[in-house]
Design a protein around this ligand. Structure first.
Ligand code: ZN
Length: 262
């Protein structure tokens, strides 16, 4: 049963992922969100089977069937990650799923929407090297309100404790300090703004583990890039939002406690 449901949630995540691709692509461009997706090069509209997430990329062998232009790897990657997130959230909440459908639906919807926004932010930062303030602002406001309705990842309306209220500030502070000390050269202020909502989303018990994963993966990927890519050197900026989001997601899904008291 769990296996079958995992597959259903994975497919659901794939479909949401293909929508997120459109959001990433059309944000800050003049293209509207309406209308069918088409080839970026020859404008050919996609037929039904070319709109199937993930599979269509492999059926078309990564190229447009009309003009043979390469299709960006962003499409299948974002769809696949989205599928994994939606499955991961189901597995995390599966006990609630079988006990309390209402609590499951509310918790699942909240965290699925929040992590979908984060996936968009991470890819956007990866592509453009900037975290749009609009995203961080909406994300920060919603996760702050979320403190009153969720605790430790489950639906639980309550007045948040001081620690819960401060969790966003705790996670944001180191990034704000790095930004201040380096005058914006090591770290953009965008990361600090995003971290505020990230801390509120996953709670104070997981922020240190999330930050540790983010810094370690960021450092490793940064080193690999410096060693193997001619485009990068020690001074080049590596977008940090993808690592932050990855760290926070891992800490949340797997209840990481990498630090003794947290
Ligand atoms: Zn084409």
């Amino acid at each position: 049963m769990t296996f079958l449901l995992s597959i259903i949630f994975f497919v659901f995540g794939l479909i949401i992922g293909s929508f997120l691709n459109v959001v990433i692509l059309r944000f800050h461009t003049n293209r509207s969100f309406r209308g069918r997706s088409g080839c970026m090069t020859c404008q050919k509209e996609l037929c039904w089977y070319e709109l199937i997430p993930l599979i269509s990329f492999f059926v078309q062998k990564g190229r447009c069937r009309k003009c043979k232009a390469k299709i960006s790897l962003q499409y299948p990657i974002v769809e696949f990650i989205s599928g994994l997130i939606f499955t991961g959230l189901f597995l995390k909440f599966q006990d609630v799923f079988f006990m309390d459908t209402f609590a499951f639906t509310i918790s699942y919807a909240y965290y699925a929407v929040m992590f979908s926004i984060l996936l968009v932010v991470a890819v956007y930062d990866f592509k453009h090297g900037i975290i749009p303030d609009t995203f961080s602002l909406i994300f920060g406001v919603v996760t702050f309100i979320g403190l009153f309705f969720f605790s430790e990842g489950v639906f639980y309306p309550h007045f948040p404790s001081i620690l819960e209220l401060l969790s966003g500030v705790f996670l944001s502070l180191p990034f704000a300090l790095l930004w201040l000390l380096s005058k914006g050269t090591w770290m953009g202020l965008g990361d600090a703004k995003l971290a505020l909502g990230l801390g509120w989303l996953i709670g104070y018990g997981r922020i240190i583990s999330g930050a540790i994963v983010a810094f370690w993966t960021g450092a490793i990927v940064g080193l690999v890039l410096i060693i193997f890519s001619k485009k990068h050197n020690i001074k080049s900026e590596v977008p940090f939002a993808p690592f932050l989001v990855f760290g926070v997601l891992l800490a949340f899904l797997f209840e990481l406690h990498l630090f003794p008291i947290f």
